[in-house]
Design a protein around this ligand. Structure first.
Ligand code: CA
Length: 361
């Protein structure tokens, strides 16, 4: 009679031990409770922009001890490089990474949260976002789309682009075919430029085959990898994107449904990844410009002639005022940015600008 009792005891012990093991498995070893998907405008392996997204997702996984995981789908997979806002809005993806000015065709007020021609430089713009009311205005605009929007990494000042021919006067802009997105594209269109937006993966071929005569992309940080310096000799300094901030988007309902600690983790990871991208962009632009200058001495740095810059500025101001007169939200954001830039610039003038001016002369 003893044997069945012993067998039962052994069985119970085994069950208890299994239960204990299961109970004390750490979250890091367990399957994540929250599995999210993020759609990005960028292709697989796209440097800097794509790396910022990977860093954000890695931080979320580590900080949540594996409770939350974010899968990243690049444009190679979802095939909708410029459809990120719609997919996040619809809840098809919980998150997205792109640039706010890509949505200007759907909502012109999204323009302000990337960069504006002749607008703020990156330190001024970050100050505006976090301490000057920028985040609140961005929320107001994106609330209409059921999406929360956050700064997603800054490229710093962008170059004016790669040109096959030198721009010597306003006449040289007439009929010029150029890829340039955002408000700057509208400004150049007023000056006779034939403006297009082309997905990143097709830019090199378009410039190489003469489908376009000029393009702007970012700056040396990313332009080197794209190879534009091999096919266009003139590299112009920037006017149109002084502080391009990318964008993380989160579906509002999905975000609100997250526990508070995961909301804090996602927000912290996005902010850190954004700042990290700014530092990385600056570093890579410095390194890559050295490489381009050394390996391709025929590349000439140019600044647009004064008359061209003056015409761009005049058209820019005119377009801003025209649009503001038709849209009270546009006017509110335009006025807020203009007022903040004036304030921040008075400080920039006697700090960074004064320092650089004295050191460069
Ligand atoms: Ca650009």
């Amino acid at each position: 009679m003893k044997k069945p009792v012993i067998r039962l005891a052994v069985c119970l012990l085994a069950i208890c031990s299994l239960l204990l093991t299961t109970t004390f498995v750490t979250q890091a070893d367990a399957a994540p409770k929250y599995r999210w998907k993020l759609a990005q405008t960028w292709g697989t392996g796209f440097p800097i922009f794509g790396d910022a997204v990977i860093k954000m997702a890695d931080m979320v996984k580590e900080m949540s001890n594996g409770e939350m995981e974010i899968r990243i789908d690049s444009s190679n997979k979802h095939k909708a490089a410029f459809g990120i806002l719609d997919m996040v809005k619809a809840g098809q993806y919980e998150m997205g990474h792109s640039a706010s000015y890509y949505w200007k065709g759907k909502d012109r007020n999204t323009l302000f949260f990337t960069t504006m021609p002749f607008g703020m430089i990156a330190p001024e713009q970050y100050a505006w976002f976090y301490y000057g009311g920028g985040m609140e205005l961005m929320k107001e605009v994106y609330d209409r789309h059921g999406v929360y929007s956050y700064p997603g990494g800054n490229t710093s000042n962008q170059m004016g682009g790669w040109f096959q021919k030198e721009i010597k006067s306003l006449a040289d802009l007439k009929g010029l075919k150029m890829r340039i997105p955002g408000f700057a594209g509208e400004v150049l269109a007023k000056l006779g430029v034939v403006v297009t937006n082309i997905a990143p993966g097709e830019l090199y071929t378009a410039l190489d085959r003469g489908t376009i005569d000029a393009l702007e992309w970012v700056g040396p940080s990313l332009d080197l990898n794209m190879g534009f310096h091999k096919i266009a000799p003139y590299y112009y300094t920037g006017w149109h994107e002084p502080a391009t901030e990318l964008q993380f988007m989160v579906n509002s309902k999905k975000f609100d449904a997250l526990p508070k600690h995961l909301q804090a983790i996602v927000e912290t990871a996005m902010k850190l990844a954004a700042y990290d991208m700014y530092a990385r962009s600056y570093n890579d632009s410095a390194e890559n410009w050295d490489k381009i200058a050394a390996d391709y001495p025929n590349v000439k740095i140019k600044t647009f002639p004064k008359e061209v810059i003056a015409a761009m500025k005049a058209e820019n101001d005119k377009l801003l005022k025209e649009t503001a007169s038709k849209d009270p939200v546009f006017k509110k954001i335009y006025d807020a940015q203009t007022a903040y830039m004036k304030k921040a610039r008075r400080w920039t003038e006697i700090s960074d600008y004064a320092y650089l001016k004295d050191n460069l002369e």
